[in-house]
Write a protein that binds this ligand. Structure first.
Ligand code: NM2
Length: 539
């Protein structure tokens, strides 16, 4: 009985793809690393510009939708109230979209940009320091959150307006691909989406784990080894597995709430006890710089790099392209979540809210923790960059926190935050992976199925940590993100097709809010289907 619920082609396809990538890399680590880096170069150098265009394109598309008649459509029935207050909505959507990586990059990203700045500027210069703070906010800013919002459009639309719950990405493409959603094309879309998510989660877990190890090491004196890191990864999976097996379903929810307050506390503490004025000024300055140069940053491809004697820094490939890919792989899954919590809002509110609040949250993290570290560097109190270059990013991150008053306590809080983030990444990713490989999901995917994917999720980060190197970690997201470029276009198109058809057929067009009646829509679709069936029979 049970095995009938599983969609085996998708299950096996996705798992096989995962093994096909990880096993050879573990057996041949030396060549493996070379291949991985070659794959990264190949992808970013040849297709980088496509990532950049699609990133900006998604942003512009969403702004268009928000202000078009499609944006007025309400997600839910006419009198439906918003399910969540705006504050909890914003908090939930932010927590769904970010994880331990914001602790990692929020603290240290500026140091990379300061040393190797964009636009051919000189490392360590006065211009470089300005961009160092602004570029992190850009990479976690409006385009990034727009990428997250796009899949939420068709998913929320089908869920609340057409009243057809969608858990699979192939299902969300149905208006476009029709019955192929049930065939090999649908399976391919789902497998590629799963592969992308595993790649993105691989990057997240392989970045987060060494940082946690470093935190634990600074508190206990244990040495950071691959063994310690493996143990951390496994412990996080086991925390998750135990809570899901003992039926502590609420456990993860409680953990996420705890995390929100811990994060607020950390940010507030650093802001108040750190260089408050510097943080406020630098953050304001960076936001202005980013807004002023938004289009320049989102289209800067270093087109002349390597030609005519001009230097090729690889900045857009290593950063902007990597980031857009990383956000892309998470997008369908975060979009699903955004859709779930947006009942009662209009599409426009969902779009503007996600982009705005998401960006605001990123500004808080990068502005406060990042600029604190930067201040330590510039004021000469602590050489963050020295530690970064000698001992690596995780050590530098923990060292920055070590400069705070009550440092051990702050390192504990930071490390606990990262651990909870990691456990919630396991929780939400395994939930989605398990759902996608089931034909039906009653209220929850099957437990063994979820656990299977939770442990499968450890494979890639373990491999990546074993190989080592930032480039290797980035490749997982970049390669995984490539098919998402096409899937995102399908999702956008699907949404437009369905919502335009419904609006055209609706007789309830009020200029401000459009209430679509799902019953009428379904009847119309049914009539259309019946007449199609008849046509084929007659033909
Ligand atoms: N993104 C936001 O660990 C994480 O923060 C997960 C990463 C895509 C860069 C998401």
């Amino acid at each position: 009985m049970k095995s009938k619920i599983i969609d085996w082609p998708t299950f096996i396809g996705a798992f096989f793809l995962l093994l096909a990538v990880t096993v050879p890399l573990i057996i041949f680590p030396q060549q493996g690393q070379e291949y991985v880096l070659a794959a990264k170069d190949y992808m970013t150098q040849n297709f980088g510009v496509i990532f950049m265009i699609v990133g900006l394109g998604i942003f512009l598309f969403l702004i268009y939708v928000a202000f078009s008649k499609n944006g007025h459509v309400k997600l839910g029935d006419k009198d439906e109230k918003k399910e969540f207050s705006t504050f909890s909505w914003a908090a939930m959507l932010f927590c769904a979209g970010i994880g331990s990586s914001i602790l990692y990059w929020g603290t240290i990203e500026w140091a990379y940009y300061y040393q190797s700045p964009p636009f051919g500027l000189e490392g360590g210069s006065q211009e470089a320091i300005q961009w160092a703070s602004a570029y992190g906010i850009f990479h976690w800013g409006p385009i990034a959150w727009a990428i997250y919002t796009l899949p939420a459009l068709p998913i929320a639309y089908f869920y609340y307006v057409r009243k057809k719950p969608v858990l699979k990405i192939s299902e969300a493409c149905r208006p476009l691909i029709g019955r192929h959603a049930d065939g090999p094309l649908g399976t391919l879309i789902d497998v590629l989406f799963m592969f992308g998510l595993m790649g993105g989660a691989g990057t997240t877990l392989a970045l987060g784990t060494p940082m946690i190890a470093e935190g634990i090491s600074s508190l206990t004196g244990l040495e950071v080894t691959l063994g310690l890191q493996t143990a951390i990864l496994v412990v996080c999976t086991v925390i998750f597995a135990v809570s899901s097996y003992t039926g502590l379903k609420k456990g993860i929810k409680v953990l996420s709430d705890v995390n929100l307050w811990l994060a607020f506390f950390l940010l507030g503490f650093v802001f108040i006890f750190g260089p408050t004025k510097f943080i406020a000024e630098t953050t304001t300055n960076s936001v202005g710089l980013m807004l002023d140069n938004f289009f320049h940053m989102s289209t800067w491809t270093e087109a002349f790099g390597g030609l005519g004697g001009f230097e090729n820094t690889g900045f857009p490939e290593s950063w902007t392209v990597f980031y857009w890919a990383w956000w892309l792989v998470y997008a369908p899954f975060v979009g699903l979540f955004i859709a779930r919590i947006s009942r009662g809002r209009t599409i426009r509110q969902m779009i503007i809210g996600t982009i705005l609040y998401g960006t605001l949250g990123s500004i808080l993290f990068f502005g406060i923790i990042g600029n604190f570290g930067m201040y330590m560097q510039l004021s000469g109190s602590f050489d963050v960059i020295g530690v970064l270059n000698d001992q690596g990013a995780p050590a530098a991150i923990i060292a920055v926190l070590g400069q705070l008053p009550m440092a051990p306590l702050m390192i504990v809080i930071f490390t606990v935050l990262a651990i909870i983030f990691l456990a919630t990444t396991f929780d939400s990713s395994s939930y989605i992976l398990a759902s996608v490989v089931q034909k039906q999901v009653e209220s929850e995917p099957l437990r063994w199925n979820r656990l299977f994917w939770a442990f499968a999720l450890c494979l890639l980060p373990l491999t990546l940590m074993y190989l080592g190197g930032l480039g290797t970690l980035q490749t997982a997201s970049i390669v995984g993100g490539f098919p998402l470029l096409i899937i995102m276009i399908l999702l956008a198109w699907s949404f437009m097709k369905a919502s335009n058809a419904d609006i055209r057929a609706s007789d309830d067009y009020e200029p401000k809010t459009i209430n679509l009646d799902s019953r009428k829509i379904r009847n119309r679709l049914k009539r259309k289907k019946d007449s199609n069936d008849q046509d084929t029979r007659v033909g």
